[in-house]
Design a protein around this ligand. Structure first.
Ligand code: E4P
Length: 218
């Protein structure tokens, strides 16, 4: 079954989504921290961990392997369900190879734009491969095709690494990612809201209640 993660650092959005009972995890990044108005990654992450039992991803800021490894050592010590987000660069892959050898080496490989990148992070021991569907589409390419190809490649070789569809812009992306066989979809709160919302459901419910009021003579 595909897991649903929330793509935000805003605690009120996470609290609301968690109350629906369908939230499996959370992903943050430096831009989402900016939107949430906090630079205190540890406090924000631990407040999210208090609300969500599943994977909570926090991103390193270093660009060299040594710096990423040091940050990862700290981030992974915060809680057992915290995953460290590592950018998919040459230095990032080096860091992933090291971190994946640790007993608590939980890795979310981020900023992936091709199945070739996804293959390398899976080889380096990442747990999640985050494919930026919306940003690939922005470049005039087919982001969901990258998800489909990555799912096929991971199936071909039996990788444990999970395909995470990220940079989701609308509910059609969600449906297409489910059809493509993505293991995880991380989406903004606005898209989650649109997934549940339908004007037809609202109209139908209104009519049911009106009809019932009529028959019950209220
Ligand atoms: C998730 O892990 C990514 O950081 C996020 O989905 C990026 O989304 P954006 O392309 O909307 O910034």
């Amino acid at each position: 079954m595909a897991q649903i993660f929330l793509d935000t650092a805003k605690l009120d959005e996470i609290r609301e989504a968690a109350s629906w009972g369908v939230l499996d995890g959370v992903t943050t990044n430096p831009t989402l921290m900016l939107r949430a108005g906090t630079a205190d990654l540890k406090t924000n992450t631990l407040e999210i961990v208090d609300m969500v039992q599943g994977p909570v991803s926090a991103e390193v800021l270093s660009t060299d392997a040594g710096g990423m490894i040091e940050e990862a050592r700290d981030i992974l010590s915060w809680a057992d369900n915290v995953y460290v987000k590592i950018p998919t660069t040459a230095e990032g892959v080096k860091a992933m190879k090291e971190i994946s050898s640790w007993p608590n080496g939980r890795i979310n490989a981020t900023l992936i734009f091709s199945p070739a990148q996804a293959y390398l992070v899976a080889r380096a021991g990442a747990d999640f491969a985050s494919i930026f569907v919306g940003r690939i589409d922005d470049a005039g390419l087919d982001g969901m095709e990258v998800v489909r190809q990555t799912c096929a490649i991971f199936d071909n070789y039996g990788f444990d690494c999970q395909v995470l569809a990220a940079s989701i812009r609308h509910t059609t992306h969600v449906v297409d990612a489910l059809l493509a066989g993505a293991d995880i979809i991380t989406l903004p709160f606005g898209v989650l809201r649109k997934m549940i919302g339908s004007p037809f459901t609202d109209v139908g419910l209104e009519r049911f209640l009106a009809d019932w009021a009529q028959v019950a003579g209220k």
